[in-house]
Design a binder for this molecule. Structure first.
Ligand SMILES: [Mn+2]
Length: 403
């Protein structure tokens, strides 16, 4: 029998065990707990999708969980969920869900901790070198995978040499690694590769994991030969847009772009907006402008948003938003006012001799601020800056608001 195609569901970077509190979104405890359950549900939804789309195989390209932060019951949940998939599931462990003698991809460990072994349909790649196998029931298909043994940077260029998987109609590789020239800021480099290195390999499709933003790599014929689905669940403030898994159909030679798509699974999205408050004079106006921007950017009631305010405002970044405004705008609204400057521009003018009381006051304070900065005394400089603004408010008969 010659196999003409294989339908797959490709998932990566779910990061079960991640706590959602902290970070720039600052989710409070109750909302973070809710996200933890939603995140687990995404795995169940992926398996449900696999069933609905009648895929032949599920490919998990690493960071399914964080070995160092696993909740007691996560492994049993994962075993039950993947065990019920009804099709082979291949896992290539990544840097966060590395396979080691003491980690939960080891049957010896799960036998001790939860008295169970991994289900028969789940194939965990446990070799630290490329290994190849034919999944049972899928004639003509060969899968190649490789495991991480720790959460450490790994600069080895594994795709720098030509790999030699056994002959098959369709050959797939499942791997966690870093695409050159696309490394997000602050991301660890693990098993780096270039597009050219990947495309030179004899795989029809390479299921990638590690980068939390999705992308596809096409060959010169326009066929998709590798892809990152991105994180299955929106985890941090820069993970905007839809998050989920890839469903595709691979043929010998690759995946036609019309036969591969991201299937969103996360029911919430993260939005990041900048709003300029210059010219607004009261908090109600600021709230109205933020509401308008949320609407323009289609922030849904179930979504999360970080709004970064810029520009100038009478009191600077000191703003107190009404509770109903914060609570009712969407699931979670975080407003960062730290970049808003008071409306006094202390850098204006300053040419020649100051002629007015205000001019002398500005010059004197600016000099003191510079001297404080010269001593690297930033807190003194900040205090003097506040004093300058208080003084300017007073000289102009403006209300003095605490900074
Ligand atoms: Mn990773």
């Amino acid at each position: 029998m010659t196999r003409k195609s294989l339908k797959f569901l490709h998932l990566a970077d779910l990061h079960l065990g991640r706590e959602f509190s902290g970070g720039r979104l600052k989710l409070p405890y109750e909302k973070a707990r809710k996200r933890v359950r939603e995140q687990r549900n995404i795995l169940a939804m992926a398996v449900e999708q696999a069933r609905e789309a009648a895929v032949d195989i599920i490919l998990i390209a690493g960071d399914l969980w964080e070995e160092s932060r696993l909740a007691q019951d996560t492994v049993a949940f994962v075993m039950d969920t993947l065990g019920a998939a009804g099709v082979p599931v291949v896992i290539s462990p990544g840097n966060h869900d590395y396979h080691a003698p003491g980690s939960h991809y080891s049957d010896e460990i799960t036998e001790i901790t939860i008295k169970r072994r991994w289900p028969d349909n789940v194939f965990i790649v446990r070799d630290y070198d490329f290994t190849h196998f034919q999944p049972p029931g899928l004639e003509g298909v060969v899968i190649t995978g490789i495991a991480y043994h720790s959460n450490q940077p790994n600069g080895k260029r594994r795709f720098g040499v030509e790999l030699k998987p056994p002959e098959a109609d369709i050959r797939i590789c499942v791997v966690h690694g870093s695409r050159d020239d696309h490394l997000p800021a602050g991301k660890m480099i693990t098993m780096p590769f270039s597009d050219a290195e990947l495309l030179a390999q004899p795989f029809d499709y390479i299921a990638l994991g590690h980068y939390h933003r999705g992308s596809m790599i096409r060959d010169e014929k326009g066929m998709v030969r590798a892809a990152y689905p991105g994180s299955a669940c929106a985890l941090a403030v820069d993970e905007t847009g839809p998050h989920g898994c890839i469903i595709g159909t691979v043929h010998p030679g690759g995946v036609h772009p019309s036969e591969i798509a991201l299937k969103p699974l996360d029911t919430r999205r993260i939005h990041r907006l900048m709003v300029d408050v210059s010219g607004l004079q009261h908090i109600e106006a600021v709230e109205a402008k933020i509401s308008e921007e949320l609407k323009l950017n289609k922030v849904g009631s179930q979504d999360m948003a970080l709004v970064e305010l810029t520009g100038t405002y009478p009191g600077g970044g000191r703003m107190e938003f009404a509770e109903p405004f914060i609570n009712e705008s969407c699931f979670h609204l975080q407003i960062d006012c730290s970049s808003v400057r008071p409306e006094w521009d202390i850098d204006d003018g300053g040419v020649g001799q100051p002629l007015t009381t205000e001019g002398i006051f500005r010059e004197r304070m600016k000099r003191m601020i510079e001297e404080a900065l010269g001593r690297n005394d930033t807190s003194e400089a900040a205090r003097l800056q506040n004093a300058l603004y208080y003084g300017l408010d007073a000289l102009h008969n403006k209300p003095i608001t605490p900074r």
